[in-house]
Design a protein around this ligand. Structure first.
Ligand code: ATP
Length: 299
């Protein structure tokens, strides 16, 4: 029995790790056949996306019901707008992203897209509507073309190239002797964290989702890469309902609304300038980040 059990529990471990990191979720679901935590209702219908308005309505959630993580979180991303979530480590920011992608169901309240409770729609249609750039993008040991087009196997070379250009990764690819046929991975081209995120951005552009979920990398990127990613982010989020899970504040200054989360509750909300004027938690975070940016060497 032990022999039988071990590989399963090992797989379970890997699964949990991957789930935690939001790494290539769609691929994981493909491999596993279905999610263990949530299942389609027998009468689930396909999500009907009109403007892609996203609403969190008094959402309560805990991985363990004895330890609540989100304690009544409400916000709306109007169609095509951008909301950014900031807050200290462990505040529950990534949990919000996981709930929107329906890795877990809320314990209380509801998450709605264009008025439809995400528990009532098929997971396939929900996940088709959301493009995710995870913190840590896993690349496959295959060509860079495959890695960009993955998720859209029917994409033409022209489409792949257009996405790569928008994500500012085309020039890097063309500098390789084999171009788009360059192998990526352990024995091939090794990409930096920022380059991997750009591959993920190109993937998302190809997928052309109505909702864009960006889980910012926690690790510090150099100033130049960070600016490039920010520029990419603006392009990708244009006209899409966007949720940014931010670990650095530089990415959120343009957001239509910034939500400051602390211990599972929204303690401040507003636009960048409004929050600075309020001189509260956000203003304090901003001041600290400016200080550390000044003392850190540029690039
Ligand atoms: P960070 O900025 O460090 O990424 P965060 O605000 O995104 O933090 P979350 O990842 O949402 O925080 O985690 C919120 C809380 O939930 C943390 O206390 C964390 O330990 C806990 N948590 C996260 N994932 C799980 C899990 N799979 N099982 C149990 N607890 C979890």
């Amino acid at each position: 029995l032990l022999q039988l059990y071990s590989p399963l529990s090992f797989f379970g471990f890997i699964y949990r790790e991957i789930k935690q990191a939001m790494v290539d979720m769609e691929r994981m679901f493909e491999l596993l056949g279905q999610d263990r935590e949530v299942a389609d209702r027998p009468d689930a219908h396909a999500l009907r996306v009109t403007g892609a308005q996203v609403e969190f309505r008094d959402v309560h959630f805990g991985y363990d019901t004895r330890r609540p993580i989100l304690k009544g979180v409400s916000f709306t991303i109007p169609a095509g707008k951008t909301v950014a979530v900031v807050g200290t480590s462990g505040a529950g920011k990534s949990t919000i992203a996981r709930l929107l992608f329906r890795f877990y169901d809320a314990d209380g309240g509801a998450i709605l897209i264009d008025g439809q409770d995400i528990r009532d729609v098929t997971q396939a249609s929900l996940r088709a509507a959301i493009g995710v750039v995870p913190q840590d993008t896993v690349l496959f040991n295959d060509t860079i073309r495959y890695n960009i087009g993955y998720g859209r196997p029917d994409a033409s070379d022209a489409e792949i190239e257009a996405a790569a250009r928008l994500a500012h990764i085309h020039d890097l690819i063309m500098a390789m002797p084999d171009g788009y046929q360059t192998m990526v991975g352990e024995r091939g081209l090794k990409l930096s964290g920022g380059e991997k995120q750009r591959v993920a951005i190109a993937r998302t552009l190809l997928k052309n989702p109505a909702i864009f979920l960006f889980d910012e990398a926690t690790s510090a990127l150099d100033t130049h890469t960070e600016r490039e990613i920010q520029a990419n982010l603006r392009e990708v989020s244009l006209g899409r309902s966007t949720l940014i899970i931010a670990h650095r504040l530089s990415t959120v200054a343009d957001a239509d609304e910034i939500i400051v989360l602390a211990e599972g509750r929204i303690i401040e909300r507003g636009r960048h300038q409004e929050l600075l004027a309020r001189d509260g938690v956000y203003a304090g975070m901003w001041a600290r980040q400016q200080e550390s940016a000044q003392t850190a060497p540029a690039d």
